[in-house]
Design a protein around this ligand. Sequence first.
Ligand code: SF4
Ligand code: SF4
Length: 138
Amino acid sequence: MIEKIFNCTRCGFCCHGETTVSLDEQDVANMQKCLALSREELIERYLRVTSGQIQMKIVDGHCIFYDKNIGCKVHLGRPWRCRQWPLHPALLKDGSNFSIIAESCPGLQNDMQYEEFSHLLKEILVQKEADGGWKVKL
Ligand code: SF4
Ligand code: SF4
């Protein structure tokens, strides 16, 4: 169903900037498993911890895992917020949030009526939360 409202073009825009998403402990464990690294090795090589908040390091203006030729180098172990993006619950609040996110994410289906889009998104978010993959507060 996701493909009705979102198809990632792999443009990489969301992996750029001076900060990244925050990782929770499950994200750290998933990434450790994916990369076969100890927690200490993972933090030393790829993460930064500031005031208890864990994010990925930034290199040349993008997440350390981003590669312009292959995209995300930790795709299977990426944080849940990366897996969820851009289908954030804030899109359900009003159409202006949708317009703002659609401007930066070409994968979002933006020729659909907002009502239809939000109906489909709500179904997807409920299902994803039930599956335990995304943390969603509707
Ligand atoms: S900005 Fe959107 S389309 Fe581009 S890589 Fe990120 S999720 Fe995919
Ligand atoms: S972990 Fe992957 S998807 Fe997430 S910001 Fe980094 S490169 Fe992008």
